[in-house]
Design a protein around this ligand. Structure first.
Ligand code: ADP
Length: 521
């Protein structure tokens, strides 16, 4: 740089040749030359620029195109002179030093140059008589610091926006100096005043809940994680959730806690409402279970008490019918026959109610034995074959097999399916009874050509008291227990029961039972 200074043509410069420079200027120049920070001297009434090496390209000619050496400050800084001049003047006329931090600047020779930031110091330079003759300018590039800071500020702004959106407050607690720094939102939620201490903060918590907070802090000292939900003293219906993190020093002591606060009153209220309704529901369910128990008990006692007299009535009815026939009182015997049919219906109904009460109270037991299912089917068909409706029974048994089950109960199922097939299909129509094998199961199909069941009802048909809406206007009367009992029996015997049906064309009810395999020891 010293070389550059010497080579520079000073002859046409207001400063004149180097050797004529005043001692003080020479001294100042020799002082700034070795400086590693960008410096420059602005000397004389024209403020001629003499930079040191780092200052040659400083402050605004980083691309090296423009040199400031020997230039008038007014010319070199022409673009910013209107702002710069008052500062310069206050230094050179009033002797005031100036310090400017993070000034945004562009390269003066390059319009599109990116903005850089500089901090600069201007101080007056006096000659040996104390007169201000020049200015010492030092500057350093603070672009990186400023940009980092701006980035940080943007991140912080974004964070604040996010916190604001969820109405979340923040706080910081510095353990060593016992300083508690809450955000505005924190104060708004808790109703506390700025400058509140940590122990005062504790008092904003509902008295009964302070122990929850103390325990959470105690735990956080070990785990580093703070989390608790408490009510506020000012209004115990207001709930807050504090979440935080503890930071420890090398000795493992907590140095600071940083965390968030959220008003969770609404959430708590809905949780309480849910809890309340769950409790009510549980009570209602218990009441319903009680009612169900009472109903089952009543059904069991009533149907049991009805069975015995009904059996006697039925016996006497049949006896009376026989006596009337023997005495050739045909009209009277026909009346009694009708009476006996009604007694049969009544007895079936009572039996069904009795079974349901046993099923519901888990008291329906099975006496299993091994039997031939086709033999049972044949005997059941014989029982209904000569029904007054003159249905035609077609039997197809390509597969014969033994099952292990309660024979009487399975017979009850088959009879129910057969009587339904009769009941819900036209007199004289065909009813097919079929046996087949499906894996380790034997399947029985009972197919009628009757009224069928609408798709919407096929799933519900095996539930308690189900009766078709489709039939309600028609002549069929039942109570809707037969298929429910049948399905319960079949399921408990390890099988399945189902229906396939087309409205107006007929239904096929099927059930399966596990086949009995005899393994010789
Ligand atoms: P119930 O016949 O005493 O009403 P079930 O449980 O035996 O009771 O039958 C329930 C309902 O299923 C009947 O009301 C009827 O609507 C329907 N259903 C049962 N079997 C048939 C069938 N073979 N064809 C058409 N509908 C039937």
């Amino acid at each position: 740089m010293e070389g550059l200074l010497r080579e520079f043509d000073w002859s046409n410069n207001p400063l004149g040749p180097l050797e004529n420079w005043p001692m003080s200027l020479k001294l100042f120049v020799s002082l700034i030359l070795p400086n590693t920070l960008p410096c420059a001297i602005l000397w004389g009434p024209e403020l001629i620029l003499i930079p040191n090496e780092p200052g040659v390209f400083h402050p605004n000619n980083k691309n090296g195109k423009l040199e400031n050496l020997g230039k008038r400050a007014r010319d070199f800084y022409s673009r910013i002179w209107s702002q710069f001049e008052p500062i310069i003047n206050s230094v050179r006329y009033e002797g005031k030093s100036f310090f400017g931090e993070d000034y945004p600047t562009r390269d003066l020779s390059w319009d599109e140059s990116p903005i850089s930031y500089w901090s600069m110091n201007l101080s007056p330079l006096r000659n040996e008589f104390g007169q201000i003759k020049g200015i010492l300018m030092t500057a350093y590039d603070t672009t990186e610091k400023v940009l980092n800071f701006q980035g940080l500020r943007e991140t912080q702004n974004r964070l604040e926006l996010a916190l604001d959106a969820v109405k979340m407050g923040t706080y910081e607690y510095r353990v060593a100096i016992d300083e508690f720094i809450p955000s505005d939102r924190f104060l708004e939620i808790t109703g506390a005043k700025r400058g509140i201490s940590r122990s005062e903060m504790r008092n904003t918590i509902f008295e009964e809940d302070r122990i929850i907070r103390d325990q959470a802090y105690h735990k956080a000292l070990h785990t580093g994680i703070l989390l608790y939900e408490v009510r506020l003293q000012k209004d115990p219906s207001q709930w807050i959730r504090i979440e935080g993190k503890a930071y420890f020093n090398e000795k493992g002591e907590a140095e600071k806690m940083v965390g968030t606060i959220l008003d969770i009153s609404d959430k708590k209220k809905s949780e309480e409402r849910i809890l309340e309704s769950t409790k009510k529901l549980a009570i209602a369910l218990e009441e319903q279970r009680d009612l169900q128990r009472q109903k089952d008990e009543f059904l069991q006692i009533a149907s049991h008490e009805l069975r015995t007299p009904l059996t006697s009535i039925k016996g006497f009815g049949q006896l009376v019918e026989e006596i009337l026939l023997e005495n050739q009182l045909f009209n009277e015997s026909q009346m009694v026959e009708k009476l006996n049919q009604k007694i049969d219906q009544l007895q079936k109904l009572v039996e069904n109610l009795f079974d349901v009460s046993k099923l519901n109270s888990g008291k329906l037991f099975f006496e299993d034995s091994v039997f031939d299912l086709v033999d049972l089917l044949k005997s059941n068909v014989e029982d209904v074959r000569y029904s007054p409706t003159q249905h035609f029974f077609k039997e197809e048994y390509p597969f014969k097999g033994k099952v292990i089950a309660d024979r009487d109960r399975i017979s009850q199922v088959i009879m129910n399916l057969l009587t339904n097939a009769i009941k819900y299909s036209p007199p004289g129509s065909e009813i097919t009874i079929r046996s087949r094998k499906q894996g380790n199961f034997m399947v029985v199909d009972i197919q009628d050509k009757g009224i069928g069941i609408p798709d919407s009802e096929q799933e519900k048909i095996f539930s308690q008291f189900f009766q078709s809406e489709f039939l309600s206007s028609q002549k069929f009367k039942g109570i809707g227990l037969g298929l429910y009992i049948a399905s319960q029996i079949i399921h408990r015997q390890g099988g399945r029961i189902w229906v396939e049906s087309t409205l107006g064309k007929g239904s096929t009810f099927s059930f399966s039972l596990p086949l009995f395999f005899y393994y010789a020891p």
